[in-house]
Design a protein around this ligand. Sequence first.
Ligand code: NAD
Length: 338
Amino acid sequence: MTAPLRVLVTGAAGQIGYSIVIRIADGTVFGKEQPVQLVLLDVPQCANVLEGVVFELQDCALPTLHSVEAVTEEKAAFTGIDYAFLVGAMPRREGMERKDLLAANVKIFKSQGKALAEYAKPTTKIIVVGNPANTNAFIAAKYAAGKIPAKNFSAMTRLDHNRALAQLALKTGTTIGDVKNVIIWGNHSGTQFPDVTHATVNKNGTETDAYSAVGDNAFLQGPFIATVQKRGGVIIEKRKLSSAMSAAKAACDHIHDWHFGTKAGQYVSMAVPSDGSYGIPQGLIFSFPVTIDGATREWKIVQGLNFDDFAKGKIAATTKELEEERDDALKACDDANI
Ligand code: NAD
């Protein structure tokens, strides 16, 4: 019998948590043959809500759900885990700037980085969803260093990636399966660069580059980018809550591909520690196009892509923002009590 995977979801009483746990429990993420031990962490004030989620998961009667437990302490949450979905954080509300969130979240991710180092397996793979996701992942990785390698830490830009795929499919009158290799560069924020220079679209059986398929460069360098960059804010404006269903689905796509590997000839966007590729400062958690080998579960940044001046400018802006966030976060870490 296959040994169960122990999978932690933090913020599991929240709205993304509610949409994510069913996908992990029902085999969508790790496969229908892979038993899963789910560990749900939230703050003690949410213990009752968490228990309700546990009851619902039990009531789903899922063959792949080996066990599910609700916890409100880091030791119980992080002990022996194989994968961590770090969702729990303070969500951005309407009109709130990302910088406002930084200080509060640094505290959470410093503590969870230390807990990962102390209690988790050295092979644990981590996706940070809670915003500001890239910088939270940077902080968690910093405090888990020595036990868990930085390459095991990632932040989610898959939602932005999926949004870019969807916008391109809508514009070209195709479906998601017809569009490949969009890229999100940089930060999961308004400075991210959704890039379709290397994307392809299969239109009526013929695969062409996205620029030819769309036939409207101004659209691709203007409204397309703005729509993807600002989609999170628009969802908040409409729902009065941040994206949850789509965010949960994207987190599951991200970990599914890390576990099973990417499809031949396709890459996905994932914020990972930079190795200096494309001149991005080493260690910055930056969204790159990656391919993943399903046998080793190692990601590789796609190399050799060319940038025009437009792309260079966009990448410089998002790099600058991430460097500033990193520096602010490091400063917050050094402050007393954090
Ligand atoms: P939510 O407020 O519904 O849920 C967050 C949950 O986290 C709450 O239950 C809260 O109690 C819990 N929490 C807070 N601090 C915690 C801690 N220290 N340990 C464990 N749990 C803790 O929020 P949500 O809508 O589920 O969003 C969660 C996060 O995901 C937010 O930061 C949001 O901005 C972010 N998000 C990221 C993306 C992305 O693409 N990267 C997309 C959407 C949302």
